[in-house]
Each structure stands twice: as C-alpha cells, then as structure tokens.
Design a protein around this ligand. Structure first.
Ligand code: GLU
Length: 304
C-alpha cells in the first residue's frame, strides 16, 4: 500500500501547479502550494501514508460534517432537518444569491456556510464557549488525538468575515437563526480554525466509514444512522459545487476545505486524509482530487 501511495503521489504532485492557494483570508495564503500528503486508515486499523503528512493546517469546511454530527447528537435528526435541509445548492460555499429560490430552512445546506452557521446555533451549551468546547472535544475523539486551534487563522477569519456576517444576518432577518449573531459567528470562525493533519482527517473518515465506531477499539461514538445521514450529504454536497464531478471521478463521500484538506469516506473499508493547498476555482485541492481519483481507480473504491 505504501508503495502505491508513494507512486500515485509523485504522479499527481505536478497537478498542484494548476491550482492556487486560498488568499481571501490573508492567513491562509501562507500555505505551501506544492505540498501534497495522503494518509489512509483501514477499517481494521491498518495505517499507510505518503508525502507531506506531518504538516498541520486548518480544518476549514471539513469541520462541517462534525458540526452536523454534533447537531444531530444534541437534537436528533427530525429537529435538525427542520432547521437545515439536505438538498445540494450547486452553488459556491459562501453563495448569497437566492433570487431563484425562497430562503427557507429546506434550502439551507449544512455543507455550505449558511447551513454550518445555523448548526453552530444548534449545538447545546450554556455559552458559545461551552458549545465550541463540546465541538472541539468531539473533533478530538473523531480525530483520535490532541488538536488545537490556530489563533492567527481565527483572528484572520474574524476580521475578514464580512461575507459570513452577511450570510448570518440574512439568516437572522429571515427568522432562520436563533441567538446572538456575533456569538454564533465566533463559534463558526473558531470551528474553521481547528488544526488537523492528514492522519486526523483519515481517522475522522475511518469513523464515518465504520458506521460511527472508532477503528481498532470499535468504541461507538455516534449511532450508525447518523453516519448514513452524514455520508449521504457528503456524497451529494461535500465537494461544494464540484460534488457531481467528484462523484463521477472518485465516487465516495468526501468533504473538502479551503485549507487544502479533503476527508474521504470509503464505507466499510477506509478513511482517507489528504492535504494539498493548491485549489481549483471551486475551492477543492487540485492534486488531492487527482490523487483520490487515481487511488479510487487502482483500488476500486467507487461505491457506484
Ligand atoms: N473559513 C471558511 C469560510 O467560511 C471556510 C470555507 C471553506 O473551507 O469552504 O470562509
């Protein structure tokens, strides 16, 4: 497996040249455009990796499935579905244009910013600090190790978050967001700034592939029904407005983030963590997708 990963990684690394590191949040622009790493954790616990796996980066949108899990664990599926829908928006992660659709809960998707902001408000806790700490604790358990928050990215997100503020106030003015808007947003910015590496993303993917149980120990973290819920949404909306093409090229549930991370779930078989900060126009890692496409072809990973 290591040999295969090494070979595919070197084959796909040049693809990074076609992408660009995110710079709409200044702190993100410091990412190394040539970095590429992959880590795989099989459902029986076997680990394999290649490339720049040790580099730490911010989780960004890959936190969205974890926000969804926490919201589901705290409120149950019926209540969550009454606040955020499950239909793909087919629009960029921070889209604000609803001119051809009414703005109601059924049209808010948890894998894009509007839905993720709503989910921050659904997490239980007496204060927003407590809500964030609970999210961080769940992320630690899913990632199988210590993780922190990148304070510089958090400050950068917060001071360049006008678009997210616009989305949150739009939700609030339409009666779709409870609580203090700035506090909810602060929780969202902190959530995006959680630090991970490829191993952590692979571990999170392995729990989702293992129907809610940790690899090796088999300890249950969340019910199997919730992994079905999350994996289904990842399949249709996890790669922003590139989810349809990703389903064709790779064919597994996955979530990308503008920090360059991709967390992929191969149901019952493995979790995969990717780091490759050079992004395509839709915000997905160019070399990362290429690498997953090649791995999927070699190991017949597509669920279709
Ligand atoms: N921090 C990012 C934002 O909301 C997350 C975007 C992403 O990874 O898609 O602007």
């Amino acid at each position: 497996m290591e040999e295969l990963l090494e070979r595919l990684l070197e084959e796909c690394r040049p693809a990074a040249g076609q992408g660009k590191v995110a710079d709409y949040i200044p702190e993100l622009s410091k990412g190394d455009p040539e970095a590429l790493g992959i880590y795989v954790i099989g459902s029986e616990g076997k680990r394999s990796w290649a490339g720049d796996c040790r580099q730490v980066f911010t989780i960004q949108s890959v936190v969205k499935p974890i926000l969804l899990l926490q919201a589901l664990m705290d409120n149950g599926a019926e209540f969550v579905m009454s606040r955020v829908g499950v239909e793909a928006t087919g629009k960029p992660f921070d889209a604000i244009n609803f001119s051809d659709q009414s703005l109601d809960s059924g049209n808010i998707n948890p894998m894009v910013n509007m839905g993720a902001i709503v989910m921050c408000s659904l997490i239980h806790g007496r204060s927003y600090d407590e809500r964030f700490q609970r999210l961080l604790e769940l992320t630690r358990r899913l990632a199988g190790g210590e993780i922190g928050v990148d304070q510089a990215v958090y400050r950068s997100e917060k001071s360049h978050g006008s678009k997210n503020r616009a989305l949150a106030y739009l939700l609030k003015s339409n009666g779709l967001l409870d609580g203090d808007v700035e506090e909810v947003l602060d929780c969202y910015f902190r959530a995006c700034s959680i630090q991970v590496d490829c191993r952590a993303l692979a571990h999170i993917g392995a729990v989702l592939s293992n129907r809610g149980r940790l690899p090796v120990s088999n300890e249950r973290i969340f019910p199997a029904a919730m992994s079905r819920y999350v994996n289904a949404i990842l399949m249709t909306c996890g790669m922003y407005d590139g989810s349809g093409e990703f389903a064709l090229r790779v064919g597994v549930p996955a979530k990308s983030g503008v920090g360059g991370g991709i967390m992929a779930v191969v149901p019952t078989r493995m979790g995969i963590g990717i780091f490759g900060p050079a992004l395509d126009r839709k915000g997905n890692s160019v070399a990362g997708i290429r690498l997953l496409e090649r791995l999927s072809a070699e190991l017949h990973l597509s669920i279709f």
